[in-house]
Design a binder for this molecule. Sequence first.
Ligand SMILES: *Cc1c(COP(=O)(O)O)cnc(C)c1O
Length: 431
Amino acid sequence: MLYDHIAVNGQGHLTISGYDAEALAAQYGTPLMVLDESVVRSRCRVYREAMAEALPAGSLPLYASKALSFKRIYQLAAQEGLGVDAVSAGELYTALKAGFPMDKVYFHGSNKTDFEISFAMEHGVGCFVCDSADELRAVEAEAARRGLRQRLLLRLTPGIDPHTHVKINTGRIDSKFGAAIETGQAEALLREALDCAHVEVLGYHCHIGSQIFDHAPFCDAAALMLDFAAAMERKHGYHAAVLNLGGGMAVPYVAADPRIDYAANIRKIGALVRETCGRLGIEPPAVLMEPGRSLVADACVTLYTVGAIKEIPGFKNYVSIDGGMTDNPRYTLYQSAYTVYLANRMNETAAGRYTVAGRCCESGDLIQEDVSLPRPRRGDLVAVLTTGAYNYAMASNYNRVPRPAIVMLGENGPYTAVRRESLDDLIANDL
Ligand SMILES: *Cc1c(COP(=O)(O)O)cnc(C)c1O
């Protein structure tokens, strides 16, 4: 199977860490997101241990919580000793309500509002990741008003093209994120930040993109960032104690994708950082990383019930499910590949190719096209793997479809971490 925690039992049912998918669907209803705690925890440990071993003191993974944000996931991150990256007042508030230590929160976003800047400082967010000169001035003003000194990192664009999908490629000069090194804007931002009395610049940040399989783009980015750090040290006498390399390590979604050794990638980045700093004659900075997808994506399976089946002879077969782009818009957005099974009939041979369609009034509301499946019947169970990242986080109520529940597989068995939205939830804001 695609992952170790996915298997098939004696009844021919898909199992998730030993739990029968059909039994979970019967107990909790569908669509259902089943998130295995132990997969998340073990991936957190891989990052934390490899980074502690291979990178300078103070290095730490931060969970990029935009991938999947709800209270329980922040508690898991806290228990595993990670920091988090949050990008809005909503994510900050969720972390706060989960009891996450706010001094370990890094506040991101390319357009933080005045309210969000004030909200973050009020709750003691440890570090801002400053995206622009406009933001820097707003942070300086708010920190002055509050009589504090806000720690921050400067988000820079190193000009790397990691050859991932154009919509998730963020490190190029023409990106909407950060200040470009090549244009001199990064240096200008640093100089202005160093002149701010209510700002303490800890170092630099970059994030080159997402779903990147190879370690090389991260090493290239680190080398460019360290070159810049060394140049600024020579020119302005400023030593950056922190280098945040962002997130972006990939997860295999289908059998053809390469498997990733996260610890080996981290060791290669560690070797590159030590070697480059030695050559440049600078003290190696603590390295932060911001994995999102690679901490949660493969920990989750979404279960759907099959409804209508439509076979159009000579054209296409459709199998309709009781969810779709409202809980997983990634195929609609990026044509993302997914592994899809008929979860209650795993041992039956494929009868044809089926396009798995959602229930929304959009022809583009598909989860996957041309999937080999046994001939589906109304009431069957469809499982879509690898739905932990950027699924629930991007969910909507289009067509007034309620969001699914998230059930976690914990040490003591399954429990509901996010309840299913009700019809009354849908009209809760309507006056
Ligand atoms: C999206 C994002 C991440 C996480 O990316 P993944 O590909 O999910 O690991 C980390 N840092 C920043 C700044 C991001 O925008």
